[in-house]
Write a protein that binds this ligand. Structure first.
Ligand SMILES: Nc1ncnc2c1ncn2[C@@H]1O[C@H](COP(=O)(O)OP(=O)(O)OP(=O)(O)O)[C@@H](O)[C@H]1O
Length: 274
């Protein structure tokens, strides 16, 4: 088996005496596309902070792209991990031209000043915008975009440095049905691309899992309840335990749905299989 792109071993994050993450062990390998699901306050954003190298665990170890956190200069990893998360990454200024909002990621800056960009970088930025359906927006100001357009531009920006790992924090939150489905279509294509980076996508909703996601991690109360191939993990029993309500789960053409089921919730949480 190839080396893990990301490996957490017994990770604990403790703040003010509370466990934000407790004994989380999780490994992500090349070619995989993960969804991390859990209710509000489960620890998903904390997990992404750790996974992006922005937060050291209180206990446990994190290996990211072959380097042990704490023994590597995080700036060296910055270009190799793409992150789209309002909690972790600042967004471009409202008056930034969309093409500049993407191309400036190559310099790790927000807001283009006087720097000159190579034609190859501008072409790459335009190509990424095209890939995410934003070709017609290159000359617009970032602040004038709809929420759905902004999300797709930010994904293009995160891909500008050709990262090996892409972390998306609730990419479909706040989108209407049409915008969500447009994003799902783009992410489905992305997931199917064999040269696309490893993907970890965080969500509250199974409806926001694009086709092509291969693995799922369920988080509740800072703990990993289950992890593995998506069809094995996203069962009614496991999701009911994760969200604390009885759920019926459906899957059609690779897309999941969940709704409240009749009957009591399971009496025992699913055991960890991480
Ligand atoms: N610095 C802190 N000190 C104490 N508790 C914190 C701190 N930061 C976060 N928490 C708590 O840790 C828990 C996990 O937070 P986190 O943001 O990781 O959850 P989440 O799953 O991303 O939630 P949501 O889905 O609502 O965004 C929450 O209960 C939060 O209130």
């Amino acid at each position: 088996m190839p080396d893990a792109v990301l490996r957490l071993d017994n990770v604990n994050v403790v703040r003010d005496g509370s466990y934000l993450l407790r004994n989380v062990s999780w490994a992500v390998f090349p070619g995989q596309r993960w969804v991390v699901l859990g209710p509000n306050g489960a620890g998903k954003t904390t997990l992404l902070q750790v996974a992006s190298g922005r937060l050291f665990p209180t206990r446990g170890t994190v290996d990211l792209l072959g380097a042990r956190l704490g023994k590597v200069n995080l700036l060296d990893l910055r270009y190799r991990v793409g992150v789209v998360s309002p909690a972790l990454v600042e967004t471009p200024p409202a008056d930034e031209r969309v093409l500049d909002a993407v191309v400036t990621a190559g310099w790790s800056v927000l807001g283009r000043a006087d720097e000159e960009y190579d034609e190859v970088d501008l072409t790459r930025a335009a190509g990424l915008l095209t890939q995410f359906g934003c070709r017609g927006l290159v000359d617009r100001r970032f602040g004038t975009l709809s929420e759905g357009e902004r999300k797709r531009v930010l994904i293009a920006r995160a891909l500008m440095t050709d990262p090996e790992l892409l972390l998306l924090d609730e990419p479909a939150s706040g989108l209407d049905l049409g915008a969500r489905e447009a994003l799902m279509r783009r992410l489905t294509r992305f997931a199917a691309d064999p040269i696309a980076p490893v993907l970890v996508l965080v969500s509250h909703h199974v409806e926001e899992i694009p086709v092509g996601v291969t693995h799922a991690l369920l988080v509740r109360g800072g703990q990993a309840l289950a992890a593995g191939p998506v069809a094995q993990v996203l069962t009614a029993q496991a999701l009911s335990s994760c969200f604390g309500i009885p759920l019926e789960v459906g899957v059609a053409a690779g897309r999941y749905t969940a709704r409240l089921a009749a009957g009591p919730p399971p009496r025992h949480p699913v055991s960890a299989s991480v």
